[in-house]
Ligand binder design. Structure first.
Ligand SMILES: Nc1nc2c([nH]c(=O)n2[C@H]2C[C@H](O)[C@@H](COP(=O)(O)OP(=O)(O)OP(=O)(O)O)O2)c(=O)[nH]1
Length: 173
């Protein structure tokens, strides 16, 4: 093989290796919604984060899909099985080449209950209650998008209820 082609191939490999090396660690967190409310969890550990409220989740392990990681974390931490949906808000820099990435989730089974000592309280919050808890700093960047999501969900539910009301035979014009 000519030296020029070997050098080109090595360059491509180096480029890929550099890109992989720069891939940040993703902490995937669930914006678990139920109608017009979202689930918030208070961290019990480690001490640097204890007392701070967050969207529950954890680190995506090497080779693991992001949504599978979120399903695993919420099962371990809260004993629920979730369906994972779209991303919410921006990736938030956590320092040390890690980012917080939030995804919508809905509960398929179970009732959220702190399991593994990671959390000591949970709350279901409406949009107007989001400021009632002391969020971890990174999560503040996601709150406007969470508020918008809850507002959109509430509007969609109202529209569905109105349509159902209009469709009832006794309301037919
Ligand atoms: N899960 C989660 N972590 C957050 C949020 N906001 C925030 O700054 N973090 C930080 C706290 C931690 O330093 C890091 C996530 O670590 P973690 O302890 O939840 O992850 P993990 O369950 O995989 O941890 P471990 O296996 O290493 O114990 O991200 C958030 O909303 N959810």
């Amino acid at each position: 093989m000519p030296a020029r082609r070997i050098r080109a191939g090595a360059g491509v490999l180096l480029g890929i290796a550099t890109l992989l090396a720069r891939e940040p660690l993703v902490v995937v967190a669930g914006v678990v919604v139920d109608a017009d409310r979202v689930l918030a969890a208070r961290r019990a550990a480690p001490s640097a984060h204890a007392g701070g409220w967050e969207f529950p989740g954890g680190k995506v392990e090497p080779g693991e899909e992001e949504d599978a990681a979120l399903v695993r974390e919420l099962r371990e931490e809260l004993g629920i099985t979730v369906r994972v949906g779209e991303r919410v808000g921006p990736d938030v820099d956590l320092g040390g080449s890690a980012v917080l990435r939030c995804r919508v989730a809905t509960v398929r089974s179970g009732t959220p209950t702190p399991q593994a000592g990671d959390h000591d309280r949970i709350r279901w919050l409406k949009g107007e209650e989001l400021t009632e808890v002391d969020w971890l700093p990174a999560d503040l960047a996601v709150l406007p998008d969470v508020r918008a999501l809850l507002a959109a969900t509430a509007t969609a539910a109202e529209n569905r209820a109105e349509r159902a009301h209009d469709d009832r035979p006794d309301n037919a014009g």
